[in-house]
Design a protein around this ligand. Structure first.
Ligand SMILES: [Zn+2]
Length: 64
């Protein structure tokens, strides 16, 4: 399991992993996963904040 860094904006830990491309039904049922769409951008964010008032997306390749 990769480390899930806390949100750099609000500090909420345990972000949802954003899944791109073909998504399996079992992934759709996983509350720890967010759907990012079919197009995979080269610098697409990896994490989405679990805080519903924040929903910041982060973890891009260039981020630290
Ligand atoms: Zn956040």
């Amino acid at each position: 399991m990769p480390t899930r860094p806390r949100c750099p904006v609000c500090g909420t830990p345990g972000p949802r992993r954003i899944v791109y491309g073909l998504v399996l039904a079992e992934v759709l049922d996983d509350p720890g996963v967010a759907i990012g769409g079919c197009v995979v951008a080269s610098n697409a964010p990896r994490w989405r904040c679990r805080n519903s008032t924040c929903e910041h997306e982060y973890g891009r390749a260039g981020d630290r």
